[in-house]
Write a protein that binds this ligand. Sequence first.
Ligand SMILES: [Zn+2]
Length: 205
Amino acid sequence: MRGYILNLKKNRDEDLIVSILCADRLFSLYRFYGARHSPLQLGYKIDFAYESDPFFMPRLRSVSHLGFDWIFALSKVRYWQIFARLLYRHLSGADEIDDFYFSLLERAALKLSAQNPKRVLIEAACELWEREGRLHSDLKCLICERRIEDSLVALTHCLTPAHGECVYKEGFDREALIRLFETKETILFDDKEIDRLWRIVEEGL
Ligand SMILES: [Zn+2]
């Protein structure tokens, strides 16, 4: 099977509980410590097998890493791992999972080789919110519920729009935001705005 490691939790001293997102579910598998095992890294894509244990958790077996050409670019890996953690927090608790989430990671991982990691992952977050019906492209203010006509639009958690004066926040360019919501492209935002957008994504999916 193939999946992305979304969480690694230490158990006892060196054992691990590994959460792996596959196309149709989020596995939690147990890995006993073994000196010959290659270390597992958050966010990495692996090929694996698992073995049921009638008295305990299913065990993770036969792991091999499936690399990407950006996997040694620490600046990319760092943001990828933050996104993996956010996605884990968002999906944990669900057993069966729509294959949208796996394919979202597949597409984002491919884009990461050529593109800025924050841009790729902001775009991925917008795809996720749209899929879940949580992308507020109608530009209605979260607080006063009136439509936002200003040239700058403030954004709160999950890029939910608001009037700058309703939430006391600096705004983002309206046209750039409409483009992002419609096409899931960050192209009209400059790098400073991307930093601000990323900080909102980091608060949670
Ligand atoms: Zn308002």
